[in-house]
Design a binder for this molecule. Structure first.
Ligand code: MBD
Ligand code: FE
Length: 256
């Protein structure tokens, strides 16, 4: 049986691409170049990088419309399920001599009325001081800077990690070739990725950036949004950053 939604969007996409080819008089060589780029990006193990850089922010904005909970952000290509479950006090898995400035990241998880959510799971992943992700870049120990931790009875959480640097996406593959051809740089502002979930609530994917980052206004993935940029307060030999996550009920009606 035909799924009406699939029919609607796939036919619209088909029409859009057909019109685009005609309008821009795309040659056969150009057409083949385009399919080769997509094939190469998959064969070279870029995961979803090509699509996430160009399009994921749009899909996320659509999902954020009419939400009462925290602003959503793109997942990006490097999320992995099954990160280590941490024991309190929470410290992200890291090398003994992990490079980078110490970061204490804390905040709360509440519902849309501000009531604390105890036992919410925060699944965090981010790059190391070299801008590399574990389980993606083989030089980084398995699960480094990937971990799951939980809010306490008052909905509060705190985890220790390092401040990641601005991030240069892999540029030696097809995605890099396309960006180079467009004359663009390869940087994203420094960021923490998080997925937050609690029983009875809609899971959300977030990403937090830091005030003063030089790439906030020119993220290669164009994914920075209001409310996702947090401050870093110096504290001893490290920094503290805070963010309060707001989850909405799993059955919450969307209002546009
Ligand atoms: C990342 O870490 C990322 O977040 C995105 C969007 C693209 C490539 C690497
Ligand atoms: Fe990332």
């Amino acid at each position: 049986m035909t799924n009406q939604r699939v029919l609607e969007v796939v036919e619209a996409l088909e029409k859009t691409v057909q019109n685009f080819i005609r309008e821009h008089q795309v040659t056969h060589a150009e057409y083949r170049q385009a399919t080769d780029i997509i094939i190469d990006s998959i064969k070279s193990g870029e995961e979803s990088l090509l699509f996430d850089v160009f399009f994921e922010a749009e899909a996320t904005d659509v999902a954020s419309q009419g939400r009462d909970g925290s602003t959503l952000a793109i997942e990006g290509p490097f999320y992995l399920e099954g990160a280590p479950v941490l024991e309190s006090p929470y410290v992200m898995p890291q090398r003994e001599d992990e490079a980078g400035r110490r970061l204490t990241f804390r905040g709360t998880v509440t519902d849309v009325d501000g009531s604390p959510l105890a036992g919410a799971e925060l699944d965090m992943w981010h790059a190391d001081a070299e801008g590399l992700y574990s389980n993606i870049h083989p030089s980084v120990p398995e699960w480094n800077l990937r971990g799951r931790f939980f809010s306490d009875e008052a909905g509060r959480f705190e985890v220790t990690t390092i401040v990641p640097p601005p991030y240069e996406i892999p540029k030696d593959g097809p995605t890099g070739t396309v960006l180079r051809a467009l004359g663009r740089h390869f940087f994203r502002p420094a960021h923490l990725h998080l997925k937050v979930s609690a029983r009875g609530f809609e899971s959300m994917t977030s990403q937090l950036y830091f005030e003063g980052d030089q790439y906030l206004d020119n993220d290669v993935a164009n994914a920075v949004r209001d409310g996702l940029v947090i401050g870093l307060q110096a504290d001893g030999d490290g920094d503290v950053a805070t963010y309060d996550f707001v989850l909405q009920r799993a059955d919450a009606p969307a209002h546009v």
